[in-house]
Design a protein. Sequence first.
Length: 311
Amino acid sequence: MSTSSIDQKFPDSLLDEMRTQQDPFADKAAAALFESMDSGGGRESAHKFIRSFVRKDFAERLEDDESYQSYPQELKDYFRNYDEFNFTEEEFHLIDEGSRLYDAHGPACTLALAVRSLLKQYAHHQAVQVLRVTTLLQDHVNRRIMETMQFVMDVMEPGWCEDHSSGRRLNQKHIGIQAIKKLRLVHAMVRYRIANGMYDTAEQGPWDDSWGKPINQEDMIFAVHTFSTEVLQGLEETGEKLTKEEKENYYQCWALIGRALGVDQRLQPSNYEEGVALQDKIYARHFVKTDDPTGPNLAKALTDWLEALLK
């Protein structure tokens, strides 16, 4: 796709605007959770929720937890709402096709995630600041990497829909669907913590508005593309043979996952080729030479982990 075409569809003005936009639906739920911690009646249940939430494997829906009814209404609304998963029959087919490709090339996909996708995420000077200020990688390198790998395996697990008398419908207990609900809320919780200075600001410094809002819309589509376009390109570079249809189906599968994660559809390319072009444009916007050691430090933490794993 030509540079002029991608610039016309996704001008810098739109991408700049998207750096100020986040995820209102999930952010509302996270704000209600944290604000309930400031009230006497909700503090204990909020703390309990956070502790169980980060440990939960999501084999079952969070709504099935015994303490669910004590959560803030906005949080309950978040977990009851599955509008972002209102897929058509054709879209369910794309999810199935994405799962099939991942099943056929699982080890190579995992390798691409480790040595290509994550490293490119760390090269994004502005987006990576979230990991720095929250020390998510420096202090929890193994957990951060394994959680990323696990998320991909969960969403690529077959069985997103189940047969019903009226046709196929969403299987709300599917581990990948629940993992998406979890990750989307985790992102909102991180945004709330940063916006309200709930981290070691003395050590990490204040959030710089020039980076854009934490986990903003442009950074969200960038991250989703590292799991789709970058993995597909990584597969081909390792010698895997993929048809044009397979690449398109896998890309569209992850576009649906991105939608479920709250990606603004104004930023969603129409096809794989357009997705690659937008990703290249984002790279050109944010892959810059800088004296900031954040990216290199995070990349070293990842490569050190990989070297230790392979010994």
